[in-house]
Design a protein around this ligand. Structure first.
Ligand code: FAD
Length: 830
């Protein structure tokens, strides 16, 4: 088997060794700079609270597996998890609502949870101040990880299975040849390796720097303190519980004040996120070898009591029994934060064999380790970890300034109530399309994604609401779904369906694949035959080895050896570029290269029944269905500007994506805008776009479907070309899956009352049982109802009634045949 070196023997590294060795990998070495009995990283002092439920299905499932694993790790009859349950309390009406939303997440992701009244909170937790608590969320399966003990048991177990551990051995460099790792350098010599996985926790940046890989994490100190013995707990004998399981009451979160609590025997542990962010440079801490104990370890900085003052007062208020205590021991403990709060998992884009599993909480540690082990051993993980991919960040998001600012922001907001559309306040305006100045003039409301500013609607269209026909008038919304929303969206949808609108498509990823091996590369990676002659465009899928959907892309053949890809994410670029590199190395005559052209180009989606009138007014090229049939592409000229025109539409109306290089952008916008005015053209934003695409049934990868789903389940089986002879990634697995009847399917739901909005991730009930969850949702202006896509069991058929739970309220919906709009494609083919 491959020679593996894992750097770091914290909770992540030791779990990974375990997950790999249990899958039959034999040659595994773990190199740890600290002493093995107490390495001194974040794990060594982690209080180990495991609250599983978040808005992310992935993170919740990674946590759920971590608990299972900790419960299976036993010695002397005692496992490594103390399942005391988790209680989150609300002390504000907004938090009470938020807990309802969170209860919905738990239901969606299959975690047993219950909303409890203030009285029930007090029954469960008598120490709480009854005057403050309004209610809570109780999750019985949450609890405390005994992380340091688990690490020791894993070292013991894996050592017996043949894993080598090198303690007190810092990795000082990474050896590489031709962009492939060959070993790690230590003071004792080189440890050879085919695969290196850096599980170095908050030292990740330093490890990355050894190989020129930017690791977007920021180590921050976070305050944790233990009180003296709480007199009110005297006689409870919590201290007598075995093996460090010195807690009996639920772990407690008081998010309204950025606080959490656990018991340590008769003492209390208090964690605080309300203090100012305290960034740390790991390199400045020096390397440890053997002087590590509970009080002295590199991840433990001196306590700064003044920063803890507010926490102490608030704690004595919410848990009055603490007024009889003092702080016995406090420290500023270091762990990692990232720009989006997620962990970093995966292979470095430009160095083969170098993987990371960093910025991982104890909560997700075993889940992450299993996912990495599955990816290494089988080419895909059962839990989709795309949102954790190291390569998910755009270049600008890897700059230290960006990482520092956004990671600190994440620390500040860690317990805040965040709306799904809520944008960062800063940094903003990092990436703007060439149309930006015009969009501002038109009153665009911008939200940010991938550091791009993207218009959601234009205030310039507000007047249209006055002339909107009655059946297009927007319906009122509840306060939550009305955030980051404007009724102007209805007018923009109306104009797109009835006249013509222009959409800024610049932020969508565009790559160029070129070289004599370009065709072979795409044939090898996609589910379609893309050999058609230049001018053809194909909607196709990238799969993983299990036949799960890695991405959905548009492949346009521009020339024999030149293709353009319309993709979803930076992860697509990393994947395609890596595969191109492999291919070029293995068969040099079939070299291919992949280039990101997103920022050097711009793109306008011109769509609507009058789109042809507009384009004919600015170009003499032939844009008839003969001159440019649906799903084809050609070069053309618009008002003298060289463009590439793609005949496709996300919104389901006649039209094109018109692409030019960036320097022509503003001209292109102005010419089309001016020519379009007489035909009723308006600019329209993402909000209308999203509503129109859902009416048309177009899926969004990452939201509606992921690597966990097969094309048949996700309703994109049409993008798998059965007649394709060549082998491609995932083909064998897919052929197997094609024979099975899908046990679940992505379904279209419409809301019966025509007005109740949902936003995504809400649980769906069938016969009063939770059976699935919503992926995307929007108000369908053409069909005059809210539309939601949801994963449901395969047995539920069209016409059946379901309920969606939104903030604890049940909304009646119907499983409906899709697409809702123009199933015959008559709008697109004319
Ligand atoms: P670490 O435990 O830091 O392990 C990384 C290892 O890599 C270290 O042992 C280090 O010595 C080694 N290493 C680094 N560089 C090198 C090198 N060059 N050569 C060799 N070895 C190297 N998480 C929760 O889920 N719940 C909580 O309640 C919780 N509370 C926390 C409270 C505090 C005060 C802190 C600080 C953190 C808390 N966390 C919590 C976070 C959690 O502790 C960490 O995210 C987790 O322990 C990280 O595990 P790890 O294995 O990735 O990193």
């Amino acid at each position: 088997s491959q020679r593996v070196v894992i750097i770091g023997a914290g909770i992540v590294g030791t779990n990974l060794a375990d997950e790999l060795v249990s899958r039959g990998w034999k040659d595994i070495t773990v190199v740890e700079q600290g002493p093995l009995h107490m390495p001194g990283g974040s794990t060594s002092h982690a209080p180990g609270l495991v609250f599983q439920t978040t808005g992310s299905k992935t993170m919740t499932h990674l946590a759920r597996y971590t608990i299972q694993k900790l419960q299976s790790l036993e010695k002397d009859g005692h496992d490594c998890f103390n399942q005391v349950g988790g209680l989150e309390i609300a002390t504000t009406p907004a938090r009470l609502e938020e807990l309802k939303r969170k209860h919905g997440y738990a239901t969606s992701w299959g975690i047993d949870a219950r909303l409890v009244s203030a009285e029930q909170c007090l029954d469960m937790y008598p120490l709480l101040n009854k005057d403050l608590v309004l209610g809570g969320l109780h999750i019985p399966s949450d609890g405390l990880a005994l992380a340091a003990r688990a690490t020791q048991l894993l070292i013991e177990r894996t050592s017996k299975a043949g894993v080598r551990y090198l303690g007190s051995t810092p990795v000082t460099g990474i050896q590489q040849v031709n962009r492939r790792v060959t070993g790690v350098i230590t003071p004792g010599g080189i440890v050879p390796a085919d695969i290196i996985i850096s599980c170095a926790g908050f030292w990740g940046v330093e490890l990355g720097a050894m190989v020129g890989v930017s690791i977007p994490l920021l180590p921050l100190a976070h305050q944790y303190a233990k009180t003296t013995a709480v007199p009110a707990l005297a006689g409870c004998d919590i201290n007598d519980l075995p093996n460090g399981k010195n807690a009996i009451r639920p772990i407690l979160r008081y998010q309204d004040q950025d606080l959490y609590y656990r018991e340590h025997g008769g003492q209390y542990g208090i964690g605080y996120y309300g203090h100012k962010p305290m960034p740390v440079v790991a390199a400045s801490l020096g390397l440890t070898t053997d002087h590590v104990d509970e009080q002295n370890m590199p991840s433990r900085l001196e306590f700064t009591p003044q920063d803890f003052d507010p926490a102490w007062k608030l704690s004595q208020e919410v848990l009055p029994a603490l007024q009889q205590t003092q702080i016995a021991d406090g420290f500023n403990g270091i762990f990692s934060f990232t720009p989006d709060g997620g962990p970093l998992i995966g292979q470095a884009p430009n160095l083969d064999g170098f993987y990371v599993a960093e910025a991982v909480w104890v909560t997700h540690s075993a889940g992450v380790a299993r996912a990495v082990a599955e990816i290494l051993t089988t080419g895909g993980s059962q839990i989709d970890v795309s949102e954790c991919e190291l390569s998910r960040f755009e270049d600008v998001q890897l700059s230290r300034a960006y990482v520092n600012e956004t990671s600190q922001q994440n620390f500040v907001e860690v317990y805040d109530i965040i709306h799904p559309l809520q944008p960062k306040e800063s940094p903003r305006n990092l990436r703007t399309s060439p149309f930006y100045a015009r969009q501002r003039e038109l009153g665009a409301f911008f939200l940010e994604l991938g550091a791009w500013e993207r218009p959601y609607w234009y205030e310039a269209n507000a007047d249209l609401l006055k002339c909107l026909p009655a059946q297009w008038q927007p319906v009122g919304r509840d306060a939550w779904s009305a955030r980051y929303y404007s009724p102007i969206t209805a007018a923009e949808a109306w104009k797109t369906r009835n006249a013509v609108a222009m959409y800024d498509m610049t932020s969508f990823h565009r790559f160029e694949v070129s070289g004599p091996g370009a065709l072979h590369l795409l044939q090898r990676l996609t589910t379609s035959d893309v050999t058609a002659k230049a001018g053809a465009m194909t909607y196709t899928l990238l799969l993983n080895d299990h036949g799960g959907i890695r991405s959905d892309i548009f492949v346009s053949r521009l020339d024999d050896n030149l293709f353009q890809i319309g993709a979803n994410a930076a992860t697509d670029l990393a994947y395609l570029a890596r595969e191109a590199r492999y291919q070029s190395q293995h068969s040099p005559s079939q070299w291919a290269q992949v280039r990101d052209i997103t920022g050097s180009t711009c793109c306008i989606g011109l769509w609507g029944p009058r789109a042809r009138d507009v384009i004919n007014a600015v170009s003499t090229d032939d844009f008839s269905s003969k001159g440019l049939p649906y799903f084809s592409v050609k070069r053309a000229t618009i008002s003298g500007i060289p463009v590439t025109v793609f005949r496709k539409s996300y919104v389901g109306e006649l039209g094109w994506e018109i692409q030019a290089t960036a320097e022509y952008g503003q001209q292109l916008w102005d010419k089309i805008y001016k020519a379009g005015k007489p035909h009723g053209l308006i600019p329209a934003g993402r909000a209308a776009f999203n509503a129109l695409r859902l009416e048309k049934g177009y899926r969004t990868w990452g939201t509606d479907m992921t690597t966990e789903h097969s094309p048949y389940e996700a309703g994109v089986g049409f993008a798998v070309q059965a007649s394709k002879k060549e082998d491609y990634v995932g083909k064998a697995a897919l052929q197997h899956r094609a024979k099975q009847t899908p046990s679940r399917r992505l379904r279209c739901l419409t809301v019966n009352d025509g007005r109740s909005m949902v936003l995504g991730k809400e649980p769906v009930f069938y016969n009063n049982e939770p059976v699935g969850y919503v992926t995307s949702a929007a108000f369908g202006y053409t069909v005059r109802k809210p539309v939601a896509y949801a994963w449901l069991p395969g047995k539920i058929s069209e016409g059946e009634a379901v309920e969606i739970e939104y903030f604890g309220r049940r909304i009646q919906a119907t499983v409906t045949a899709e697409p809702l709009y123009d199933p015959n494609m008559s709008r697109l083919f004319n």
